[in-house]
Ligand binder design. Structure first.
Ligand code: NAD
Length: 498
């Protein structure tokens, strides 16, 4: 066994503790829970559930660190340390990769291209972005004729609570921790109970990079009556940034109202793809295949509703089903694996309930619809088949509700106006994909879709400097580039009378 392989093995068999004030701590109540490998149902590790006392210690450490060396550093000094954090992730790439894939079951070929490199990039991008962030200055007239100057000073918000989901654990957590730290804040992170390992492992990297104790803290546990609620309810938290389900986002927003704490909400979606007859069919098939089935459909930006112009409907359905039907389900480390399992048995039950509901609601099953036959060693895993339906009514629950699995419903349309109306017929508004080679159409259609990000002839292409967030029930606020820096800083106006 090579060194990185052995380290990777250790990373997944160790206990997962909380990381508070620069050190790993066991749960003060001794409460533990199991972290499960979704490919087989075996236990990966045991996780220390943070008590209210542990969460308080983490918030207190974060508060104290604001007035320590971290608070006195220049942006450039902090940026240098955050570059070392990114380098530290790169240096322990195999360890992060193995841990992420053991927690999620996702293929190495996805996590090694997306999750881990983007996890490191999130520190580099924001460490550099913060150096170029401007403030404002206004000169004003005063009655005595002497005038005054107003200068805006940008300050960190303070202690930021970061609540993250399980679908892209390292990537989505660092997407918030990177800019929060670059702006001089301190953080307490509550990763998903399903996927605590890479967030906790990041504590070691923080220490190695010279991040002072208390700047980055991790508390493990669940949401209600556990670490998530203890953290968001804690009065020592100045702002909360959340990624997860819309219903959870609503609860956290209510919690944040006490003390008028700021929130950033990145929530669920039921994203449409619009495929016009003037598309490049090969591109549209390849892109839709990824947007529906990547990460076993567990991507907030993924497509669950596909609308295809009637003249190419039959061909599109047949080609997408053929391509998805060739998907190989398997273990993360197998290079030929296209799709892993769902993240947990609980989520498998949720997705399978929608597979059954689709039949009850009268869907034609084009592909899948159940649990695949897996080899005996994998029979205990949370596997589901890639699934395609047609023929559902527009108000069917399967067409309306976020499923978060490897599945989509495909429906024909006749006119551009109809396609836009169908795309917008949802309470969500996260993402959309438009497939057409007619750029006038692309420019006409995309702004009419009510969503935070609309891709044309692509999907999941992200420039981290651009605004990211959801419209309608998909979120509140924007992160990305200067929008992240806006959220993680407070502007103070200093008015100087001459
Ligand atoms: P979830 O809402 O169940 O959990 C997210 C996090 O919130 C977890 O850490 C969980 O423990 C915590 N939590 C739950 N209840 C809480 C409470 N009452 N107080 C404090 N914390 C609480 O979401 P999930 O199942 O982990 O993730 C999947 C969802 O996330 C999907 O809806 C998906 O669309 C969404 N998502 C959105 C984006 C985006 O950028 N908009 C990105 C990824 C995932």
């Amino acid at each position: 066994m090579t060194n990185p392989e052995r380290r990777a093995e250790e990373a997944v068999t160790l206990e997962v503790k909380n990381f508070i004030n620069g050190e790993y701590r066991t749960s003060s109540t001794g409460k533990l829970f199991d972290n499960i490998y979704p490919c087989t149902g075996e236990r990966n590790s045991t996780v220390h559930e943070a008590s209210q006392e542990d969460v308080h210690a983490a918030v207190q450490a974060a508060r104290d660190a604001l007035s320590g060396p971290w608070g006195r550093m220049t942006d450039a000094e902090r940026g240098e340390i955050l570059h070392k954090v990114a380098d530290g992730i790169d240096a322990r790439f195999e360890e992060f990769l193995a841990a992420e894939c053991r927690d999620t079951g996702k293929p190495y070929n996805i996590a090694s291209h997306i999750d881990i490199p983007r996890g490191a990039a999130n520190f580099r991008v924001f460490a550099d972005a913060v150096k170029n962030m401007s403030t404002e200055a206004f000169q004003m007239a005063t009655p005595d004729g002497k005038g005054a100057f107003n200068v805006a000073v940008r300050k960190p918000k303070g202690v930021i609570a970061v609540i993250s989901p399980w679908n892209l654990p390292l990537l989505l957590m660092t997407w918030k921790v990177g800019p929060a730290l670059a702006c001089g804040n301190t953080v307490v992170v509550k990763p998903s109970e399903e996927t605590p390992t890479t967030t906790t492992l990041l504590g070691e990297v923080m220490n190695e990079a010279g991040v002072p104790p208390g700047v980055f803290n991790v508390v493990n546990g669940f949401g209600p009556d556990s670490a998530g609620a203890f953290l968001t309810e804690h009065p020592g938290v100045d702002a909360i940034t959340f990624t997860g389900e819309t219903r959870t986002g609503e609860i956290i927003t209510q919690t944040a109202a006490k003390g008028l704490r700021d929130v950033s909400m990145e929530c669920g979606g039921k994203n449409p793809a619009l495929v016009f007859a003037d598309c490049d069919m090969d591109k549209a098939i390849e892109g839709t295949l990824r947007s529906v089935f990547a990460n076993c459909g567990q991507v907030c930006l993924g497509t669950e509703r596909v609308y295809v112009e009637r003249s190419i409907f039959e061909e599109f359905v047949q080609r997408l089903a053929e391509a998805a039907g060739n998907y190989k389900l398997g273990l993360p480390e197998d290079k030929s694996t296209d799709m892993g399992p769902l993240v947990s048995h609980e989520h498998q039950q949720k997705v399978l309930s929608y597979y059954r509901l689709a039949e009850e609601e009268g869907a034609s099953i084009v592909l899948g619809g159940g649990v695949p036959d897996m080899p005996e060693a994998l029979a205990g895993g949370a596997w589901v088949e890639p699934t395609i339906w047609t023929g559902l009514a527009d108000d069917a629950r399967v067409v309306k509700e976020e499923i978060f699995g490897p599945c989509c419903h495909i429906r024909p349309f006749d006119t551009e106006e109809e396609a836009i109306a169908l795309a917008n017929d949802t309470p969500y508004g996260l993402a959309a994909a438009v497939w057409t080679e007619n750029m006038s159409r692309a420019l006409r259609v995309s702004p009419q879709i009510d969503c935070g990000i609309c891709w044309v002839n692509s999907w999941f292409l992200r420039d981290l400097r651009t605004a990211f967030g959801g419209a309608k029930e998909s979120g509140m606020g924007r992160e990305g580039g200067e929008h992240s820096l806006e959220f993680y800083t407070e502007l103070q106006n200093v008015c100087i009378k001459i």
